[in-house]
Design a protein around this ligand. Structure first.
Ligand SMILES: Nc1nc2c(ncn2[C@@H]2O[C@H](COP(=O)(O)OP(=O)(O)OP(=O)(O)O)[C@@H](O)[C@H]2O)c(=O)[nH]1
Ligand SMILES: [Zn+2]
Length: 298
């Protein structure tokens, strides 16, 4: 019996990495009775006679589990954020951050395409980066694209982690990965194509070694699952609100209509980003409205 990590899944085969090599395996353990499917990223116990043939016997406990992409034990997300005026949206960024907070995955924000910005827009993005750092998020931003310090920062963040790369189509995910790992040669635009194909056919999912970490070759971590939480829980996923809310007068304050709310006081004092608060309100309403629609249907 060996212990290894699933690095790729394709059509019922799982390639398990152990002692410096890959073993092609199939699933046979009694976890199948419990309807557990092995996921890329899983640590497993397996048997094998040759590297071409082996059987997974047992799945070890997972720390996290994603559905899209189907990867276990992801603990880092590189949030590739295109910064151009046409593409940039704090709303999307905050939605991604909330989704990651809900999933228990640490975000690293990578500000892409800064070379296309005029100085004024770049300064605005830099100020925003500072504000997000104040919240507690790591933000990587450089005046030019793919500078050595920016790439070194991403590599340092990846070390020892299993990561997904998030970002809307065209944000620059493949381009960033190619700069991190020049041999990778991902066609730009390729990642989302893989994702779209995946909707209809069995999808290959793999973890690729990038710097000293592993990165899922399929992005697509959906930020829409944000809206599966309860509206009154949303505040827990805004770290700056969590810190401030100890000073809200009412327990369970959702920082909307309550008097003596520390979050609203901080907002008035410019200590909370207005865009974060606006996005919070919008997500809150979306969740409320969605619940109503859902209940009506039932
Ligand atoms: N100027 C500039 N162009 C960039 C940068 N990053 C990406 N691009 C360009 O933006 C386009 C989209 O980049 P991709 O890396 O394919 O984006 P992606 O997020 O992988 O897109 P999908 O695979 O469709 O999800 C390509 O033409 C890239 O060359 C950057 O930092 N600066
Ligand atoms: Zn409050």
């Amino acid at each position: 019996m060996k212990i290894g990590q699933i690095r790729q899944s394709l059509s019922g085969f799982y390639d398990v990495y152990a002692d410096g090599q890959l073993y092609r395996t199939r699933a046979r353990g009694n976890f199948r009775k419990r309807k557990l499917t092995p996921l890329v990223g899983d640590q497993v116990e397996f048997d094998s006679t040759t590297p071409q043939e082996g059987y997974i016997l047992k799945l070890l406990d997972r720390q996290t589990e994603l559905v899209r992409p189907p990867v276990a034990n992801v603990n880092l997300a590189i949030v590739v954020t295109a910064t151009t005026k046409q593409e940039f949206s704090t709303n999307l960024l905050d939605r991604q951050l909330v989704a990651l907070e809900v999933a228990g995955i640490e975000p690293v924000i990578y500000m892409a395409k800064t070379d296309l910005l005029d100085d004024e827009t770049y300064t605005a993005r830099e100020q925003l980066a500072t504000a997000y750092r104040k919240i507690g998020y790591q933000v990587i931003i450089e005046r030019q694209a793919f500078t050595a310090p920016a790439l070194a920062a991403v590599k340092a963040a990846l070390a020892g982690h299993i990561a997904v790369v998030m970002g809307q189509t065209g944000a620059g995910k493949s381009t960033l990965l190619n700069h991190l790992q020049p041999g990778l040669d991902l066609a730009t635009g390729e990642i989302s194509q893989a994702l779209n194909r995946g909707k209809h056919t069995t999808r290959k999912v793999s973890l690729i070694e990038v710097a000293d970490g592993l990165v899922a070759d399929t992005p697509g971590f959906s930020s829409y699952e944000v809206f599966d939480i309860q509206a009154n829980e949303l505040t827990h996923f805004f770290p700056e609100f969590v810190r401030l809310s100890v000073d809200c007068k009412y327990r369970g304050c959702v920082h909307i209509n309550e008097p003596h709310c520390a979050v609203k006081a901080a907002l008035a004092a410019d200590d909370v980003l207005a865009s974060r608060y606006d996005n919070y309100l919008q997500f809150y309403e979306t969740i409320k409205n969605k619940k109503v629609i859902y209940n009506k249907k039932k």
